[in-house]
Design a binder for this molecule. Sequence first.
Ligand code: ADE
Length: 240
Amino acid sequence: MKINVLTLFPDMFTPLKVSMLGRGLEDGKWDLNLVNFRDFTSDVHHHVDDTPYGGGAGMVLQIMPIKKALDSLSDKGKVIITAPQGKTFNEEMAQNWSKEENLTFICGHYEGFDQRVYDLADETVSIGDYVLTGGELPTMSMIDATVRLLPGILGNEASPVEESFSHGLLEYPQYTRPADFEGQKVPEVLTSGNHQKIAQWRHYQALKTTYINRPDLLENRELSTEEKKMLADVKAELDQ
Ligand code: ADE
């Protein structure tokens, strides 16, 4: 997969070049092409923004340098703009994007883009109900969530399918050595060697965490008979 990013601050993207994603870049498992759209301006001062028609505070990013930067790419693929007014990013989007050959992100700044820039994109996506100074951090989050799903990026191939959100539930608690830390013991079932009991316990804990932290996820989920019983047990446990 090749990912293009149109940004005024290419230097901000160092975090994608370290750790597992960085190793993936070095190994050619994915490619990152940072494009500064200021390089596509034609005026002496290299302006990328101007005041809004109709008045109001702040500056608006102009279409011309962004359109030229996009046109310079031979392999745009799906074009994504990061902005607070977009639909909220989630794991399902990351899974869909991870199947694409090419993606192009456009990072905004100031008071946002001229509306005609949004019309150049396939999707406008937000990372949550809060406003950041620019689209670089949201873009990095989305790239991380997408690229980690590519084959060979994570050390353990099995782990992405087992984690939070992939089954519509949050992750169950995990433990490692020591079995007893200053009196805080690991749940006995995990050291029992009984794999069926362990799977049941994890499923119950995942439901419990989801019910406590993200009950909205359960509303959109078709619960199995076993899960309905587990959820009743979770509620009874919490009522105690
Ligand atoms: N740019 C500024 N805030 C943002 C947000 N919450 N999501 C995506 N892009 C943004």
